[in-house]
Design a protein around this ligand. Structure first.
Ligand code: GUN
Ligand code: ZN
Length: 468
């Protein structure tokens, strides 16, 4: 039997670019979403237009509340679940050395790894992040705990162990030799990629190849990972890493990458051009299933190359503020045609809820200088936190909005569970113009949303259950 969910539905329908998101904003104040037993969307529209065929469906009444697509977090770190408090860390490279490498080394203890996997999954359920690209732990037992817990909860995940073959003393527990790194990645792919359905086209559990960043690997590692990716690309394996995040003058990441590799651009190191002068030394790691976190300081040539290869950016404004990494130029980046999804980047980002990260995106981009300043439209915000994430994960045909035929990945929001939100929605300034009022209402919902108001989280029509 199907199930009908009633409430005010907001989603970005169809398959627009961010520039067209506002024309694709669908708002159904007395909406109905019919979900089949198989967990796909059978029908969506105004409740009064529900076809009689669905008369027998069971009903979940969320009227007075909202139904939105599940949030997609395109970049967050599972081993940093307890690191959103990193005190005294400084900017990126210092922070890694002082706070993060020691924190991630704690996952060597299997009991600790189980605990952090459980808490990570609990956080994801609480904030309605139904799909995510998860930067993994160096330790295979911790990755096993992550995949197991995610699968049991019913969430989607793409993740891979963080690969480090070089690094400072503080990272020694996370570093392996080259051959071992390769063997561990192969093993992770064999044991976990599409393990739930046996087919990447339908799987909720998938694996990525994840070198931490160019500074934590060598040319030899990048060459070997390129060969491995050539082998496994066709089975739907992903690639994930950090790119052009921090250019602080003292110990900046970008200058360090260029000094070590002597390439003309940071991106070249991932693009097979990791030899001196950006000579080709191996296969490219770019492509439709490649997501690069940050890309704050990319050149236009780098952005064009990302766009042309179908690679995506996970934009992480909350984290960029925390580490003083700067502001990704919104207009220039999106104008290049590259897909820009959103990442919390927990733990440099201290906020798990994607709508809070969107709130930071709104603030930093309206504060960009002169012509670069942009006041993001509420539909663009919703798009970036949902459909763009599904596109970056190359799974747009499966989720990201509530179009008929897609998997039913959605959230029920009950403003009564969080008084500041219900106050805001009830007391907000209205517009006489219906369209403008709808856009304002969505803005209020996204800006005012907090965890307690998320009343239900669904993936493929099934209610997600947080681990005990
Ligand atoms: N670059 C390399 N590792 C990391 C990390 O853990 N977090 C962030 N924000 N950037 C990185
Ligand atoms: Zn990160």
């Amino acid at each position: 039997m199907s199930t009908t969910y009633l409430g005010h539905i907001f989603h970005v329908a169809g398959s627009p670019t961010v520039a067209d998101a506002r024309e694709h904003l669908a708002s159904l104040p007395d909406g109905a979403l019919v979900v089949s037993d198989a967990g796909t969307i059978e029908w969506i529209g105004a409740a009064r237009d529900l076809p009689p065929t669905f008369d027998g469906a069971s009903v979940v009444d969320n009227r007075g509340g909202y139904i939105v697509p599940g949030f997609v977090d395109a970049h967050l770190h599972f081993p940093q679940t307890y690191s959103t408090d990193s005190y005294g860390g400084g900017q990126l490279l210092e922070w890694l050395d002082n706070c993060i490498f020691p924190a991630e080394s704690r996952l060597a203890d299997p009991d600790f790894a189980e605990r952090i996997a459980r808490d990570f999954t609990r956080r994801r359920v609480a904030v309605g992040t139904t799909a995510a690209m998860v930067f993994g732990s160096a330790f295979p037992h911790a990755q096993d705990a992550l995949f197991r817990t995610t699968r049991d909860a019913g969430l989607r995940v793409v993740s891979g162990r963080g690969i480090q073959t070089v690094g400072p003393e503080s990272a020694s527990a996370l570093i392996t030799g080259e051959a071992e790194a390769l063997a561990l990645v192969r093993d992770e792919i064999e044991r976990w990629h599409a393990v739930d359905t046996g087919d990447a086209a339908t799987a909720r559990i998938q694996v990525a190849i994840v070198p931490r960043f160019s500074l934590s690997v060598t040319r030899e590692t990048l060459r070997a990972l390129g060969e491995l990716y050539d082998e496994v690309r066709s089975s739907g394996v992903y690639f994930h890493s950090h790119l052009s995040e921090n250019d602080s003058v003292v110990g900046g990441e970008i200058a360090a990458v260029k000094a070590v590799y002597e390439t003309t651009s940071y991106l070249d190191t991932y693009d097979g051009r990791f030899l001196r002068g950006s000579e080709v030394g191996g296969s490219s790691l770019l492509g439709r299933r490649s997501i690069f976190a940050h890309a704050v300081h990319c050149t236009s040539a780098e952005l064009s190359r990302l766009a042309e290869t179908g690679s995506s950016i996970a934009h992480c404004p909350t984290s960029q503020q925390f580490l003083g990494s700067g502001t990704m130029p919104w207009k220039r980046t999106t104008d290049s045609g590259v897909t820009v999804a959103l990442g919390s980047d927990v733990g440099a980002g201290d906020e798990w809820l994607i709508s809070r990260v969107l709130n930071d995106a709104f603030k930093v981009h309206i504060s960009e200088p002169d012509d670069a300043s942009v006041s993001l439209h509420s539909a663009e915000l919703l798009f970036t936190g949902t459909l763009a994430g599904a596109r970056a994960l190359d799974m747009e045909e499966r989720f990201g909005n509530l179009d008929v035929g897609k998997d039913a990945d959605f959230l029920l929001i009950d403003p009564e569970r969080w008084e500041p939100l219900s106050m805001l929605l009830e007391g907000r300034v209205r517009s006489e113009d219906e369209r403008a009022d709808t856009e304002r209402e969505l803005f209020a919902l996204l800006m005012g949303l907090r965890e307690p108001a998320i009343a239900g989280v669904y993936v493929q029509g099934k209610r997600v259950v947080a681990p005990e």
